[in-house]
Design a protein around this ligand. Sequence first.
Ligand SMILES: Cc1cc2nc3c(=O)[nH]c(=O)nc-3n(C[C@H](O)[C@H](O)[C@H](O)COP(=O)(O)OP(=O)(O)OC[C@H]3O[C@@H](n4cnc5c(N)ncnc54)[C@H](O)[C@@H]3O)c2cc1C
Length: 236
Amino acid sequence: MLWYQGKVVDIIKETPSIRRFYIQVPELETYTFQAGQHIKIEFPFNVKKNYRQYSLANAPNGSNVFELLIVLDPNGLATNYLFNEVDIGSSLKVSEPRGSFVHKPDADKDICFICTGVGLAPLRSMYLDIIKNNVPHRHMYLIFGTRYMHDMVYLEEMEQLTQRGDFTFIPVLSRETSDEWVGRRGYLHQVYKELFADKPPVDFYICGWRDMVSEARQTLLDMGFSRKSINFERYN
Ligand SMILES: Cc1cc2nc3c(=O)[nH]c(=O)nc-3n(C[C@H](O)[C@H](O)[C@H](O)COP(=O)(O)OP(=O)(O)OC[C@H]3O[C@@H](n4cnc5c(N)ncnc54)[C@H](O)[C@@H]3O)c2cc1C
């Protein structure tokens, strides 16, 4: 595997526990990857597993800077390091891109992206890439599950995307109690069950923590969707 010395060139505090890290690889003119892939970061920890994987959150853009969307695990080794030790200008050892969780274009099908929290990262890379390169597609749905309003990410971008006409954003909050929230509440599984009850041609791309991904896969299989149409990436 190829490794590079990356340099953190920007950090955006997206929510109290989620940050966007922009990492440059100065030795490359272009950091080449496919939308949906992930990288490894190697940490200076004296433990057996000293790396963690993170999805590339931006669409490939020909530059040598990429973006990561990372949530702090209060008990986590790597994320505590990233949130407490890393700043703009810090160096991070990053790998070449990896993984086969990538978009398979099919002009005759809708695309449904399903995620919770930072599981959005590789899906965002895919839909921004589809839009940027005019990849033939039918309608795109993004079902995004999280707990509270203050956990929502890329809000301005979501508003712009929904103006396009070919992109429907459906956030679903599981624990929000405020009346200010007028969107959907509960768990995201109900949303795709309703939307695709008639089984139209759809390709699914699912990303997030194990339980959500397993439940979504099983539910879609039970609904009669083929294994081939259900693409997924698990974070644990
Ligand atoms: C392909 C892929 C892509 C990913 N992309 C992203 C991404 O884009 N963004 C993102 O935020 N995350 C992503 N992840 C998850 C990421 O790799 C890390 O797992 C995550 O950041 C947590 O790392 P950590 O070192 O902070 O936590 P860890 O130190 O690994 O701990 C994780 C949890 O396990 C518990 N734990 C640790 N050791 C033990 C033990 N011995 N016994 C019991 N419990 C224990 C800790 O309490 C903690 O709650 C991805 C994972 C994969 C596989």
